[in-house]
Ligand binder design. Sequence first.
Ligand code: M6R
Length: 361
Amino acid sequence: LLGDYDHYMLKEMFEQPARLEDTVAYPALSDALFGDQAAEVFPAVSAVQIIACGTSYHAGLVARHWIESIAGLPCQVEVASEYRYRQSVTLANTLIVSISQSGETADTLAALKNCDRANVLARLAICNVDHSAIVRESELVFLTRAGAEIGVASTKAFTTQLAALLILTERLATHHRPDQFDAAPVAAALKDMPSAVARVLSHSDKIAALTPQFVTKHHALFLGRGIYHPIAMEGALKLKEISYIHAEAYPAGELKHGPLALVDSDMPVVAVAPNDELLEKLRSNLEEVKARGGQLFVFADEAAGFKPGPGIEVIPMPHCSELVGPVVYTVALQLLSYHVAVGKGTDVDKPRNLAKSVTVE
Ligand code: M6R
């Protein structure tokens, strides 16, 4: 089953171009991809509430940026373990979107079962397993086509969730911003994702070369801004999950409100630096890190103009469109955590204390 790969996680990362291609392989984007009721539900949605756990929650945080900025609908995202017990206020005509690789996560399922049905228009599951409990509990379904994911650390499930959420955004925008919405960039992004991911995967050796600078460390900070903050969160989760290095993610603008105090030469700081409208803000945040002796690892768009030097390693990333970027940078951070974990000799596919599917609270 493993073929030429040392670990399932590595195999699953390298499957991503093909799995993404499969997930978006529809002759045309249509409401029907989400089930028979979608054509009636989508035009009536006034708000979106996403619930999920772990990596799937991070996919939801990325989707919030898309749903609000592209479809113009208010979107909340919450970890299911909190949402299920909180007395939240559900706006009228809310579409509940649950995201889950396994479809069996106890907290997500409970949140779905206990949501405020009076204001919920419908529940949509974005899931990798057909006939799972979460799929059975939902009126609408979009199945990602990641294939079976064996490694406890979620990789291909996450990137295919992002593709699915971009398709959902396209559908909502088509109904809710009919005059302003241009579907062409979304269609182009979905088409480009597989090859963009393949390009990042070809940088695996370069990323592996960073390993010695992480294996002796006990902590790491991940920084990103805007839609890249959840990507930084996902990078930090992956690193802690499989290498057991304590990692935290911050929106870079928060640095001076506390975490900057942690920065010294023992603290690797990983920054996600695409060439977007927040780049200059991020650049000045990173200057602050450098001035305090922090070791920077900047995953930067080739066009962003970061120069390597003392205290700063630059990992050049292929230039890609705004909508493809979150997927591309995620894959780079997956590779980083994988190589560091291998360097530390941990059980990459079955990290200690964790289960693939969390079916109990
Ligand atoms: O199956 P689910 O997507 O519902 O699982 C949610 C989390 O348990 C899962 O994403 C977990 O965080 C991963 N092990 C992270 O790599």
